[in-house]
Design a protein around this ligand. Structure first.
Ligand code: HXC
Length: 517
């Protein structure tokens, strides 16, 4: 009994030792930078008292550069599982207080273990990154460790949701793990991601850049699109992670949890009958439409500051989680371009992989013309969105609010891409192109020869608008299932979701697709 007590005491002491990672001085240094420690982050993320730590006693095996003299229990990462709002998740958080959170062979094995467990059980994986990259003393073993993680990220993709929070450095090849996961969150000012740091950039290119300019949260959330959420604090990043999880299922064989809903299903939103301006060139704010039709106006927007001409994010209709994709007439008239196509394609594919129905709100004047877009591969990027919608088998509900022109008509979840319910508002205009362009192509010579070219164009444009600037042509062919009053949009979508709840559709068997990358 006495001996047992001693052994238990030893265990308690060892646990305490493991819990302080690299020691109080380094913890203080972490706090002084305005950052939390790995354990504090996990405690914030998970439901109170739910964390079960794994591999607390793992240590590295490196003997290069005298490393055997410097050993820390847990080896620079905290791993395990717990719950978020009662639902199981696997977590790992790099511990910057131990060798700067740098990745060793054993540290990688700890990450791989929770990822393997998450795959067996079918639960999301959340990784919190704060690391100096490959542990230099371990050489190729550190690189091997990264590659083992990448392989698991790839196999887990589309099977269990993967979320990366970047709350510190994430440099070199280390960036590829977040890049392979579904959603990335970065803290402004205290985190950065880049393949090569400012010193290398200076040496190779002679460019002077700061870490923030090269790979700060604002860069990745506005310019590169690598990051889905740029947050002001770690608390906000954790809160977003928890909210995100509430919209998505545990794995690809399950559905997202249905929430209790107190927003009336038959709520009629009169303001929508008047939201479309008289002039087709006057913008309106698509956020107002989204906010008016979803449950309690609660919208979790993804990629808010990137390619703002398209809006994507999660919302609920009568408690059912959906992915919303909507053109934004207020930004670049809602045109599709390379970045907005890539942004929406990735979101559509996430939703399809995880059984989340898609609601698409269309007001798109077409694809952005010009050499900038063409040289940048808009054909391929636009094809990604086309492909994503075309391969998606989840329920797809489309509402065309106003413009739906040209290739963009086909792309935006049209009937022809297996749209299940395609609605249009009476203000919809579905045509090969807008009136001005069409008249130019059809009547260029006649306009030049006309006595009064402006009057001639105006007359022809009127003719064109009367013929095409409406949804009735498309409805005549069954490409639009119904033309609805805007104010009824919410309950028409909810009814459609109910109708489609048991939808079954499969794509032809194949090894994998060949998405135009
Ligand atoms: C071993 C490392 C380390 C690393 C940091 N440390 N990075 N140890 N390998 N990669 C250690 C430091 O020696 C220090 O130990 C402690 O962590 C804290 O680091 P500091 O430099 O004191 O912290 P700070 O000033 O905040 O600077 C953080 C940093 C810097 C900017 C991340 O440490 C740094 O530049 N590290 C190297 C980054 C790097 O180039 N990594 C390789 C990237 S390439 P003590 O004992 O003093 O506390 C890569 C390839 C991956 O990762 C390929 C995958 C395929």
């Amino acid at each position: 009994m006495g001996l047992q007590t001693e052994k238990v005491k030893d265990l308690v002491k060892l646990r305490e030792k493991a819990r302080i990672g690299g020691g109080q001085k380094r913890i203080d240094a972490q706090h002084a930078k305005g950052k939390y420690t790995a354990r504090e982050r996990i405690a914030m993320l998970l439901d109170e008292g739910s964390f079960e730590e794994m591999d607390m006693f793992v240590t590295h095996r490196c003997t290069n550069f005298g490393m055997e003299k410097s050993v820390f229990l847990g080896d620079g990462i905290v791993t395990g599982y717990g719950t978020v709002n009662g639902r199981l998740v696997y977590v790992y958080a790099q511990d910057f207080t131990v060798f700067g959170g740098s990745l060793s062979e054993t540290l990688a094995q700890k990450i791989c273990k929770v990822m393997d467990q998450a795959m067996k059980v079918g639960a999301p994986v959340i990784g919190i990154n704060d690391s100096g990259g490959a542990r230099i003393q371990e050489g190729v073993n550190a690189l091997a460790g990264y590659a083992e993680i990448f392989q698991r990220n790839i196999l887990a993709s589309g099977v269990v949701p993967q979320i990366s929070a970047i709350f510190g450095p994430c440099a070199g090849g280390a960036v590829y793990s977040p890049a392979l996961t579904d959603f990335n969150i970065m803290t402004k000012g205290s985190s950065y991601m880049f393949l090569t740091g400012p010193k290398v950039v200076k040496t190779v290119l002679g460019e002077d850049v700061t870490q923030e300019q090269l790979g700060g949260a604002s860069v990745h959330s506005t310019k590169s699109g690598v990051v889905h959420f740029a947050v002001d604090s770690e608390e906000e990043g954790i809160e977003i992670t928890r909210r995100l999880l509430s919209f998505i299922p545990q794995n690809n064989l399950e559905e997202a949890p249905q929430m209790l809903n107190d927003d009336p299903v038959d709520r009629v939103e009169d303001s929508l009958n008047e939201i479309i301006p008289d002039s087709p060139n006057t913008p309106y704010d698509m956020y107002e439409v989204i906010g008016a039709i979803i449950d309690n106006g609660e919208f979790l927007e993804i990629h808010k500051s990137y390619a703002a001409n398209i809006i994507v994010g999660f919302a609920r209709f009568n408690g059912i989680s959906v992915g919303i994709v909507a053109n934004q007439p207020k930004v670049l008239a809602g045109v599709l371009d390379s970045n907005s196509s890539r942004k929406a394609a990735r979101f559509v594919r996430f939703c399809d992989a995880f059984n989340i129905p898609l609601v698409t709100l269309v007001d798109v004047p077409g694809f952005l013309p010009g050499t900038g877009q063409e040289y940048g591969g808009v054909i391929l990027h636009g094809a990604k969105l086309l492909y994503a919608y075309g391969e998606a088998t989840v329920p797809k509900i489309t509402v065309t609010l106003r413009k739906s022109y040209g290739g963009a008509y086909c792309v935006m979840s049209s009937k022809h891409l297996r749209g299940d319910m395609n609605y249009a508002w009476p203000s919809a205009e579905i045509a090969v192109m807008g009136p001005a362009g069409a008249i130019e192509v059809l009547y260029g010579k006649e306009t030049a020869a006309a006595e009064n070219p402006a009057a001639f164009v105006a007359e022809k444009e009127k003719e064109y608008k009367d013929a095409f600037a409406n949804p009735y042509n498309a409805a005549k062919y069954g490409y639009i299932d119904d033309i609805i009053e805007p104010r009824n949009t919410r309950f028409r979508i909810i009814r459609s979701l109910r109708q489609l709840a048991t939808k079954k559709l499969t794509n032809p068997p194949k090894k994998h697709d060949n998405l135009p990358l």
